[in-house]
Design a protein around this ligand. Structure first.
Ligand SMILES: [Zn+2]
Ligand SMILES: [Zn+2]
Length: 142
């Protein structure tokens, strides 16, 4: 299995991703507030090990998800949903940037502000479509 390593700005938080990786861009307002911009994140086919868990500070940003940053330098790193086991990590923290072969998908495009646009033809889906993936169809919930 291929593995990839990454770390925060100061090096206090390190992780190892396992298996193939995929990059998503999230345009939701929470990601934009947390990172300052759309969030470019990575998921790994065989999961991820946080090698320095004591150095991560978690913030519950919704009823179903929490966001992990470095307790020392503040780098925005992890987004996880404990109930499902889903976790991703900020793409910029990966050590070997050449391992990322492009954007797989844009999500929460219905929350994207008008002042930027990404080039390319990667699929673009709404927040409702994202929630359906995790919970099945719902009636008007966001
Ligand atoms: Zn750090
Ligand atoms: Zn988001």
């Amino acid at each position: 299995m291929s593995t990839q390593t990454g770390h925060c700005l100061c090096g206090a938080v390190a992780y190892r991703g396992k298996g193939g990786l995929h990059m998503h861009v999230c345009h939701c307002s929470n990601c934009r507030r947390w990172t300052g911009s759309p969030a470019m994140t990575l998921t790994f086919d065989d999961g991820m090990d946080i090698l320095t868990p004591d150095n991560v500070r978690w913030y519950g940003s919704s009823d179903w998800a929490e966001r992990g940053s470095c307790a020392t330098c503040g780098s925005t790193l992890f987004y996880r949903m404990p109930d499902s086991g889903y976790i991703n990590v900020s793409a910029g923290s990966l050590d070997d940037q050449s391992a990322i072969d492009g954007i797989a998908e844009h999500i929460f495009v219905d929350e994207k502000p008008l002042h930027y646009d990404f080039a390319g033809e990667a699929p673009r889906i709404t927040g409702a479509e994202v929630f359906e993936r995790f919970t099945g169809p719902q009636d008007g919930q966001s």
